[in-house]
Design a protein around this ligand. Structure first.
Ligand code: PMP
Length: 445
């Protein structure tokens, strides 16, 4: 019997014992093609020899040094690397151990920024429904997923929400994508005016919605208009790229494709590619300057900030991605994946929407394509697809149906950046088989 408390109590997982490239192997020797990179993490696949070598080299020198005594070569080098390719106006990074920590740091930095300026009355965060920003209390508070929040709501900081930018569900039939993008962004301005802009700290959003909706990019122009609204009312823009960032969508930062630069930005999963727990908060120059000219510190900190071994791993991951031109492969294989998904599922009676960017794709399942009615949540269709896929040696990341009553079940694909054309074909073929098996006997509603 296992003594580990993982998320699902009544569940026996296979034991993962080894990995090689895009494959994971369990104790029985069965191979799983990692089409989701775990949860959009393993961007270089498993056991990349150069990342392992860089980690060994760091271990031979220094595994750990506390940042109240030392900085480290690995952390400094990673900081230089990240800032060299950061969005405009980002001048510093704060290195933590994962996505939730990066979001917590961003929320606290945003609040402290205004405190440093004497604007102590600012206390609201505006976020979006059907979003996910992490499971720690602050990150959960700005996450707009009612199911995840419900039992913890009484102990969360107050946040306010607007609808996500989610064309499949919210764009009206007679509306262009651009007009919808404007309308969706204008909801932020309405919420700001309702709260009083002088009480608001920041707007928080995933550049491409990951875990809750399944790879939903914003409509054209949406984020540029959001940026304008934030500037007009003097609030900060925090983009959460924990899942969609660090190359996953084909550019290093997803926001490059939307033509916006945030004031604060979070990354994690693809930063270390799963080789070590690491995340980062990117810090805008005005925020750094306010701290530097004000109290002279960021009032926060974790024991493992800037962990040298994690930094060495992330640095190696980022070097390999750049040296091997893997973002080009993300684009090429991404286009192939999109086309294969469309060929296989465009006419499928239970597939409502296929959306994504780069190697980050979501397939939304619905009981009725005409009405977009989701499947009954009790069927747990996403979980069935996951287990049918696992039985066929395929890892896909499933997400629960009818979130806030406004979405269906989804399957998220986020294969490693090293995926080949053959890998992409096999992913779509096995996913097709898994969906057929999971929906066998189901009738169109
Ligand atoms: N933000 C986003 C957008 C995420 O997708 C996640 C993880 N799925 C998090 C934050 C939290 O990251 P972590 O699980 O590393 O704490």
């Amino acid at each position: 019997m296992s003594h580990l408390l993982h998320r699902q109590i009544h569940h026996d997982y296979p034991v993962g014992v080894s990995g090689q490239g895009v494959y994971l192997f369990d104790a029985a020797g069965k191979a799983y093609l990692d089409a989701s990179g775990g949860a959009a993490v393993s961007c270089l696949g498993h056991q990349h020899p150069e990342v392992l070598a860089a980690m060994h080299a760091q271990l031979d020198k220094l595994a750990y040094a506390h940042t109240s005594f030392f900085t480290s070569e690995a952390a400094e080098a990673l900081g230089d690397e990240l800032i060299a390719h950061a969005p405009a106006n980002i001048s510093h990074v704060y290195l933590v151990s994962g996505g939730s920590e990066a979001v917590e740091a961003a929320l606290k930095m945003a609040r402290q920024y205004f405190v440093e300026r004497g604007e102590t009355g600012r206390k609201h965060f505006i976020a979006r429904r059907q979003s996910y920003h992490g499971n720690t209390l602050g990150a959960l508070a700005v996450g707009g997923n009612a199911w995840r929040r419900q039992q913890f709501a009484p102990i969360l900081i107050d946040s306010d929400y607007i609808d996500p930018c989610y064309e499949y569900r919210y764009r009206q039939a007679d509306e262009t994508a651009e007009a919808y993008g404007r309308r969706a962004a204008d909801a932020l301005e309405a919420k700001l005016l309702e709260l009083g802009p002088e009480t608001v700290i920041a707007f928080v959003a995933e550049t491409v919605v990951g875990a809750t909706l399944g790879a939903v990019p914003a409509a054209p122009g949406y984020l540029r208009r959001v940026r304008e609204i934030c500037d007009r009312h003097g609030i900060l823009l925090i983009l959460d790229e924990v899942m969609c960032g660090m190359g996953r969508t084909g550019t290093l930062h997803a926001c490059e494709q939307d033509g916006v630069a945030p004031d604060l930005m979070t990354v994690a999963k693809g930063l270390g590619g799963g080789y070590a727990p690491i995340g980062a908060t990117f810090v805008g120059k005005q925020i750094y300057d306010a701290f530097a000219q004000g109290s002279g510190l960021f009032q926060h900190g974790h024991t493992y900030v800037g962990h040298p071994l994690a930094c060495a791993a992330a640095l190696a991951v980022q070097h390999v991605i750049r040296r091997d031109g893997l973002l080009d492969n993300v684009e090429t294989r991404g286009r192939q994946l999109e086309q294969a998904l469309r060929e296989r599922f465009d006419e499928h009676p239970f597939v409502g929407d296929i959306r994504g960017r780069g190697l980050f794709w979501g397939v939304e399942l619905v009981a009725d394509r005409e009405t977009k009615a989701p499947f009954d949540a009790k069927l747990r269709l996403h979980a069935r697809i996951k287990s049918e896929a696992l039985a066929r040696g395929l890892m896909v990341y499933p997400m629960g149906g009818t979130i806030d009553g406004r979405s269906g079940d989804h399957v998220l694909l986020a294969p490693p950046f090293i995926s080949t054309a053959d890998n992409v074909e096999v992913i779509v073929e096995r996913l097709g088989e898994a969906i057929e098996a999971a929906t066998a006997g189901m009738k169109v509603a």
